[in-house]
Design a protein around this ligand. Structure first.
Ligand code: ZN
Length: 267
């Protein structure tokens, strides 16, 4: 191998056709984090095979020369010489829930991870979550996305406080009733005695417990007990949480979330 090229294991987050036969890709690698690359003649190319497909993890040979995209920015465009598939999901194309979940993962990484900042733990998280979505039944796709979002908030240092009531500090299992009131702007919840009779959004204690386990355990080990309706509501509130705590999310909604919000409506 020439001195100017190196191999790197990457997930394909996004792919946009460019000119006649080129593809511009957003990739996630263990060492480099999120970065941009161009695959010359990548459209239906035998050289690249399926390595450029979304959600695929491939070992790419990166060309030595990187082009700076914008004069002001630090972003550079690497060129891909060749690739070998290391992981390709098998079941995503057969389930709208799974495809929606995987798309959501990619969109969240693109929006939450700054370019060219090494984040090996996020690479592992994406890898484990994608394998989880691929292997688990479709009903688990939505809870896995919730767990993924919670882990991303943890990584960014903006995770919600879920163990006890924000005001009286009653632990979750001792809070009266089956649900609690969510205080999105505080990233926390309140028990009913602390704030009687308000119209604050509510979440079941069982889905809060799922969320708490998602923060505490590796993503493949989390067991989910709340039902899908509860997880749909959790997803909506997590989206609001991101709007409050992560720059950029207040301006634009998470577009791929719509496939996950109403799982009951899917064919
Ligand atoms: Zn309380």
């Amino acid at each position: 191998m020439s001195r100017s090229s190196e191999r790197e294991l990457c997930y394909v987050l996004k792919s946009i056709p460019f000119r006649e036969r080129d593809l511009i890709l957003q990739l996630l690698s263990e060492q480099r984090g999120r970065f941009s690359a161009i695959a010359r003649n990548g459209v239906q190319s035998r050289r690249f095979g399926g390595t450029l497909d979304l959600f695929t993890c491939s070992e790419f040979e990166l060309g030595g020369k990187a082009i700076r995209i914008a004069e002001s920015g630090e972003e550079t465009l690497f060129s891909l010489e060749s690739g070998v598939i290391r992981f390709a999901p098998k079941t995503l194309s057969k389930s709208l829930e799974k495809l929606g979940a995987a798309s959501c993962l990619n969109e969240l990484v693109l929006r939450m991870l700054p370019p060219q900042k090494p984040a090996p733990e996020i690479f592992k998280l994406v890898s484990n979550t994608l394998v989880g979505i691929d292997e688990a039944p479709s009903e688990k796709a939505l809870p896995l996305v919730n767990a993924f979002i919670l882990k991303m908030t943890q990584w960014l240092g903006v995770q919600p406080a879920l163990t006890r009531c924000l005001r009286c500090e009653t632990p979750l299992h001792e809070a009266p009733g089956e649900s609690v009131q969510v205080q999105v702007a505080q990233g926390a919840w309140l028990c009913d005695p602390c704030m009687p009779g308000t119209g604050a959004p509510r979440l079941s204690k069982s889905v809060i417990l799922d969320a708490l386990h998602s923060l505490l355990h590796p993503i493949r080990k989390v067991e989910f007990h709340a039902d899908l309706d509860d997880h749909g509501r959790l997803l909506e509130l997590l989206e609001q949480h991101l709007q409050y705590f992560v720059p950029g999310f207040d301006r634009e909604k998470i577009s791929s979330i719509r496939f996950l919000k109403s799982p009951g409506l899917l064919p």
